[in-house]
Design a protein around this ligand. Sequence first.
Ligand code: ATP
Length: 328
Amino acid sequence: MNETIKRIAVLTSGGDAPGMNAAVRAVVRSSVFYQIECYAVYQGYQGLIDGNFKEFSARSVNNIVNKGGTLLKSARSLEFRTPEGRKRAYDNLIKHEIDALVVIGGDGSFTGAMIFQNEFNFPVIGIPGTIDNDIFGTQFTLGYDTAINTVIDVIDKIRDTASSHNRLFFVEVMGRDAGHIALNSGIGAGAEEILIPEENRGLEQLLESLKKSEKSGKSSSIVVVAEGDKTGKNVFELAAYVEKNLPYYEVRVSVLGHMQRGGSPSCFDRVLASRMGVHAVESLRDGKSNVMVGVMNDTMKLTPLEHAIKGKSEINKDLLRVTDILSI
Ligand code: ATP
């Protein structure tokens, strides 16, 4: 047990994700439970540099388990990318007598945390908070479950209007490099086709599949497109291409955008955040550093930050097969 940890700091960084507040609450409350003082840092790494710290008690995190976004705010800090910025951050942590730092964010935030740890030998631990679910070392990141549930709610609504007019809808969802959101929400919402960055099956296959849908008498069709799909066309170009080649389709496009990040976290994300927050504090007490907390087969596990950043989180390719079978 590392009895030298008497005071820790927690911050949220990078893109916000539902469940970040629940994770902050868990870090604060488990710190108090283990008689460790906990400071919240506002505005991510920029707050470390500016000394934007506030001591939190167990009561400071009342009624936030259910809130979306991040009450600690997030910021993209250019200064933290410089050695001078990180030195100022370190000086502020020392000034506040803080012994360890919990960073809730995505792979960019973890890269910053790892560089910081290596430069100053300062204990850091990461909690994966990003809706993309694209971090190696955990089956689920905070916010992902909420995001896919938000997406299926919206696609269900789009389906209502699509089937009233026999329309084909292209729905663009988040995922520049990873197709987890598209693949899972696509299956959940009964999409006819799902286009993801990991697998380019070509435009011909898309046309073939849509031709089949039309012949089979479907009253509406939904194609879910991840932002980073590799067809070489953006979602509007895809829609125009299909309309040109299959003129019997009346095609519409819906880009879901930032709504996917918002909203109250699902129960799954709240529980995950709670477990991750507790495990982060307990791991720091165990003397662990430079690692990320993750969950695998319902068990908490630690992964070195370096692997979490460099490793690839694979999609489950069997889900593509399932989509093909079910979209007949
Ligand atoms: P998301 O997945 O939502 O984009 P993220 O954590 O990857 O989240 P980034 O904007 O990439 O978001 O990173 C957040 C912050 O981490 C940056 O604003 C910067 O302060 C810090 N950071 C990222 N990369 C580095 C780096 N190479 N060196 C130092 N700091 C970095």
